[in-house]
Design a protein around this ligand. Structure first.
Ligand code: GLN
Ligand code: ZN
Length: 756
């Protein structure tokens, strides 16, 4: 059986691409140096796959920032404000990605959104009234030819027209259907160009097909593909879907003249059922996504071979495929020196998944598959009990009742008690928690980890940082302070390290957006807390000031969503285990005199199913209670904050309110404050801090700009419910831009207050 990979991680084994691009941003690297490194990485990634005997290897899965942005640029979807800067091509591209502030002008970045149900973020293409959609770029063609020159025949991959249009931001009042004809022409040109340069297989990604579609969407889909497949010449087209099943359009998809169709059998709950019910055309190939591209647990060969058997019973031409791009898993296990051999046996990252694909391809169809070494050693993992069970915690979770999820008294009563207790000015100002993680902060942590300094030295340094941070915030005039999170490498890893049940990697980075990567911990066993985690630093920070200092925790849903979850127990059981551990931490903070506690649920939406029908039953019914479990025992006067990155929760606004937090801060500036109307329409009870400027960009917002945002907010939100803050933590930003921004934030707030 042949094998295929939808896409490969592009950031590099050791994040080489990240460092090269950031070097270029800082001016330490020339464009030429950057291009060379990129080329070398592409070569390595292709060769990796070639050596693993993968038959269908992707090209154009490389990107300097994001593949959706690449596609927008390929098709000339470049808003005028970026063109007007008159920058060289690559710099214009980066201006769209991260904003630009310099001698050529001052523009914001494009909006950024979560890529389906992953922790990857794409840049939202923005079509303006004047945009002329047409093929102008060369990247996919060049990359195909580059691989070819290395002797590697690849299948270029591009994002499909329907996905692109449906994700794009359109001129006001427009429907994406308006663009069908121009997009058809543009993709016809793309296909023609591919055919011309000798491409034999093209992969077109249409993940949008796994979401809820209208009949209009399906009609558009058919219209687009009838047109662009009509004269594809000798080119073979693989329509690739992932992140779920295509229940809304299965029959239409299989009846179109594609040469192959890629379906996801890992996250696609109904994929097999659809296949068995409606069959599959015998003249097409089925790319069967059976190797999980999102999680790191080793594939269970017995199960997968049985699944492949069922698929083969329906159709003969089957290719073993990943379930989605391997972009969402780390690169290789090879650089992990601290995991035990026993642990490593359970994991596969991108490189190891290549071997899984190859082994599955070989084992399938062999009568004596079960006698093969590869099969036998794989099966030992699934037949023996794994270490890490904690019976006591399992019993606690099983014993939870309704009451364990309800905080009393109700919100309104708490709100007035808290206003009395805290005595904050109207429009209180605060930040989201972290302050810049300058190199000295990281160095201190690194030295401690390596044993070069002892605990006292390590702590003394952090305390000094905290003291400086408190002084600074007092000088700036913020109202609710933070300690700055200098002791934290990452908001999930930090907690994971202090809880039982997690294991950690050293180099297992996964791209989150642009050059930003995360290193998710692995939930290995049952979770429990053996001692307080954050209390000492919080208490120390509070001892330095009369103003309230927020205790800072990460919520259970985010810890789950930003870790690699277990596959042997349910998400619900896992998240309640974590919830119980964090709940103990909340009470310890309260007992230590902390009056405001923020429990971040930055990633609350991450695992929200793509289809509405599944939202409650498969997610919200345990995710919202998990948060409530964490704060339900605190005193009425203790103010519970939460923070969410990205404000895309229009559709779950009631559920967000139902977290029953006292205050919530979230990103808003980058999505044009669109959420605010929704808050109002829903009589949102929780107090809100919609971020008044975008911290994902190095721009410093002016006082005037922030004041205008605050005024817009005040037009929709009652002043008694409004907080003023940046839209996310400040740890990735430089000190000078952060200080300047916060000074402007406080000044703008004071100006507005004086006019209230
Ligand atoms: N408290 C965290 C911080 O400020 C929140 C980060 C986040 O939302 N991603 O860094
Ligand atoms: Zn955030």
């Amino acid at each position: 059986m042949t094998t295929s990979v939808i896409g490969y991680p592009r950031i590099g084994k050791l994040r080489e691409l990240k460092f090269a691009i950031e070097g270029y941003f800082k001016g330490d690297k020339s464009q030429n140096e950057l291009l060379k490194i990129a080329q070398l990485l592409r070569k390595t990634h292709w060769q990796d796959q070639k050596q693993a005997h993968i038959n269908y290897i992707s090209s154009n899965d490389f990107s300097f920032y994001d593949a959706v942005l690449d596609t927008a640029c390929l098709l000339n979807i470049i808003p005028a404000r970026y063109q007007q800067l008159g920058l060289p091509e690559l710099d214009e591209y980066f201006a769209m990605a991260r904003g630009y502030q310099g001698e050529k002008g001052d523009v914001h970045a494009l909006a950024m959104k979560k890529w389906f149900n992953t922790n990857y973020h794409y840049l939202v293409p923005e079509i303006e009234a004047t945009t002329e959609i047409k093929l102008v770029g060369k990247k996919p063609f060049n990359e195909y030819l580059e691989a070819k020159q290395l002797g590697i025949e690849t299948k270029p991959v591009i994002i499909g027209p329907l996905t692109l249009l449906k994700l794009a931001k359109l001129p006001k009042g427009q429907n994406y259907s308006t663009y069908i004809d121009v997009i058809i022409k543009a993709y016809q040109d793309i296909l023609q160009q591919f055919a011309q340069i000798g491409v034999t297989w093209l992969q077109i990604d249409e993940p949008i097909l796994v979401t809820d579609l209208t009949s209009q969407d399906i009609e558009n889909f058919e219209k687009i593909y009838h047109a662009i497949l009509a004269n594809k010449q000798q080119l073979n087209v693989l329509l690739q879907t992932y992140f779920g099943d295509i229940r809304d359009c299965y029959q239409q998809v299989v009846n179109l003249p594609f040469d192959a169709i890629g379906l996801d059998f890992v996250e696609g709950k109904l994929t097999l059922e659809l296949l068995e019910k409606y069959g599959f055309p015998q003249d097409k190939q089925l790319f069967a996504g059976v190797v999980n591209g999102k999680n790191i647990w080793r594939n269970n060969y017995a199960k997968t071979l049985a699944l492949l058997g069922k698929i083969k019973a329906v159709t003969q031409k089957v290719v073993v495929n990943t379930s989605c791009s391997l972009l969402h898993v780390p690169y290789t296990l090879k650089n992990e020196t601290k995991l035990t051999i026993a642990q490593k046996a359970y994991f596969t990252f991108a490189q190891e998944k290549l071997q899984e694909l190859a082994e599955l391809g070989q084992l399938f169809g062999q009568n004596d598959a079960q006698q093969h070494e590869a099969y036998k050693s794989n099966q030992t993992l699934f037949t023996r009990e794994r270490e890490g069970t904690n019976q006591a915690i399992r019993e606690k979770v099983a014993a939870l009742t309704q009451e364990d999820f309800v905080r009393l008294p109700a919100f309104a009563e708490r709100e007035s008690i808290q206003k009395q207790a805290l005595q904050l000015p109207v429009l209180p100002t605060t930040t989201i928690g972290s302050f810049p993680q300058t190199s000295d902060v990281r160095l201190n942590r690194a030295k401690f980890k390596k044993g070069e300094i002892n605990l006292e030295q390590y702590t003394a340094f952090n305390q000094q940082k905290i003291a400086d941070c408190i002084t600074l915030q007092e000088e700036i005039g913020l109202d609710v302070l933070v300690h700055g999170e200098f002791e934290r490498n990452d908001m999930v890893e930090y907690f994971g390290e202090s809880l039982n049940g997690f294991v950690f990697t050293e180099k297992a980075w996964v791209q989150s957006y642009g050059t930003r990567c995360v290193k998710p911990p692995i939930i290995w066993g049952d979770i429990s807390r053996s001692k307080p985690i954050t209390v000492e630093y919080s208490q120390y920070a509070q001892s330095l000031t009369k103003k309230p200092v927020k205790g800072m925790l990460t919520g259970p849903v985010t810890i789950l969503n930003w870790s690699f979850p277990r596959e042997d127990i349910s998400y619900k059981d896992s998240v309640f285990q974590i919830g119980l551990a964090i709940a103990d931490e909340v009470l310890d903070l309260e007992a230590a005199g902390i009056k405001v506690i923020q429990i971040d649920e930055a990633a609350l939406k991450e695992k929200l199913p793509l289809r509405k029908a599944d939202w409650h039953s498969e997610y919200l019914d345990w995710a919202i209670p998990a948060f409530r479990l964490v704060h339900r025992k605190v005193k009425p006067e203790t103010q519970i904050h939460t923070h969410m990155c990205y404000s895309e929760f229009d559709d779950i606004i009631k559920e967000i309110d139902d977290l029953d937090a006292d205050v919530i801060s979230f990103e808003a500036s980058r999505s044009n404050l669109a959420l605010i109307d929704v808050l109002k329409a829903n009589h949102f009870k929780t107090e809100v801090g919609p971020g008044v400027y975008d911290i994902h960009s190095p721009r410093v917002p002016s006082v005037d700009e922030i004041r205008q945002v605050i005024e817009k907010l005040l037009a929709k939100i009652d002043k008694s419910k409004l907080w003023i803050n940046p839209d996310c933590g400040l740890k990735t930003r430089g000190e000078s831009e952060v200080f300047a921004s916060l000074i402007n934030l406080v000044k703008a707030t004071q100006d507005v207050r004086s006019e209230l």
